[in-house]
Design a protein around this ligand. Structure first.
Ligand code: NAD
Length: 342
């Protein structure tokens, strides 16, 4: 019977372990799976677009296990009392095709997105990076900050959001944890002197959150919010000033910042930096851009990490998900004893 981690168990796990130790553990799983990238089945995610948002399915498999995530992206949701992003997902055994593990993934997506950003920044940001600008202080923001502290030791944040209440919320959540937070007057003020710039805004538009003249040499940009056709955050001129690193080019060319560029725009697949096939940061002056859209292999790694970390604890319960008759050819046996209704 499949094991299940529900929202309550997920929150208890995160509270017990702490976000930062989880980030470090998850980065380990991500690095392992990104390093064996070629072993995975890969396709761009299957997206169903509507005027208000998108619903996506994200499958992958390493031919031993299979995973998929259901995730939505609805930028106008917070104004209606809903979150922008919610998700759930599962692992299955490739051998017999049975589901083995099911989990809430709204929190897990925030953890895996932040862990992926930090894993990439660890290899691309300058090693003396100390200050991060954050544009967008919504649901993902605290997780991003904690991942960057866990992996790069960043504690100084310069934050801007169009919604001052979102920044107030971020300060309320992070200042007690020891972060120093500067509330910026605008984006130019936020990025002044920053070593790393994280853009994590939600809108259904081709925005220019960050202009090229706001990006100093040597900066690493962690561009998280542009993850859908017609939804971008960066001035395209930034993309030509440095090197752009992506998860899976076939998906990123549809969804990422590089949707603004010609189809043959050169990018580096990040997994090749991990294997040593491609160089990471090449100099202190280079501008590096992680054009993050979120790829299925990161969800696969995050689900496996959650499953392994909660194995044998009270945080996993059985879920009666698969109808499983004694005689595998007699599915009807499960219902044949029912009396006809009426
Ligand atoms: P959210 O709605 O909770 O927060 C977004 C914040 O951006 C809001 O506080 C909003 O006021 C702010 N904002 C919007 N436009 C702005 C602007 N022009 N300048 C400054 N602030 C602005 O959303 P979230 O859950 O934090 O997600 C943020 C983004 O990240 C979304 O676009 C989401 O789709 C994306 N996302 C990407 C990945 C990935 O893997 N790349 C994963 C999860 C979410």
């Amino acid at each position: 019977m499949p094991q299940f981690v529900d929202v309550k168990s997920m929150t208890r796990w995160i509270q017990r372990q702490g976000v930062e130790p989880i980030m470090t553990g998850m980065v380990g799983y991500l690095e392992q799976d990104f390093s064996r990238w070629e072993q995975f089945d890969k396709i761009p995610r299957v997206a169903s677009h509507t005027p208000l948002g998108v619903i996506e399915l994200m499958p992958t498999s390493d031919n031993v296990e299979y995973s998929f995530k259901y995730v939505n992206g609805h930028p106008f949701n917070p104004a209606r009392g809903f979150q922008t992003v919610t998700a759930f997902g599962m692992l299955a055994d490739v051998d017999n095709g049975y589901p083995t593990f099911l989990a809430e993934m709204t929190l897990l997506t925030a953890l895996r997105t932040a862990a992926t950003s930090a894993m990439v920044a660890k290899h691309l940001a300058r090693t003396d990076s100390a200050v991060m600008a954050m544009i967008g202080a919504g649901s993902q923001a605290e997780f991003q900050a904690l991942a960057f502290r866990a992996e790069l030791g960043i504690e100084a944040l310069r934050v801007f959001d169009l919604d001052p209440a979102a920044v107030a919320k971020l300060r309320r959540n992070l200042e007690p944890l020891g972060f120093s937070i500067y509330q910026a007057a605008d984006i130019g003020d936020a990025v002044a002197g920053a070593d790393i710039i994280t853009t994590c805004t939600a809108d259904k538009a081709q925005n220019t959150i960050l202009h090229s003249d706001q990006v100093a040499p040597g900066v690493h940009i962690n561009a998280v919010g542009g993850d859908c056709p017609g939804k971008t955050e960066l001035d395209p001129a930034i993309l030509t000033r440095g090197r752009v690193f992506v998860e899976y080019p076939e998906q990123t060319r549809i969804e990422g910042e590089i949707q603004q560029m010609p189809a043959n725009f050169p990018v580096v697949e990040f997994w090749q930096v991990l294997t040593g096939a491609q160089q990471g940061r090449s100099s202190a002056e280079e501008i590096t851009v992680f054009d993050s859209v979120g790829f299925a292999i990161a969800d696969f790694a995050a689900l496996k990490y959650l499953r392994d970390a909660t194995l044998g604890t009270d945080l996993q319960t059985h879920i009666d998900l698969v109808a499983d008759p004694e005689d595998p050819k007699d599915l009807f046996s499960l219902v044949s004893s029912l009396k006809p209704v009426g």
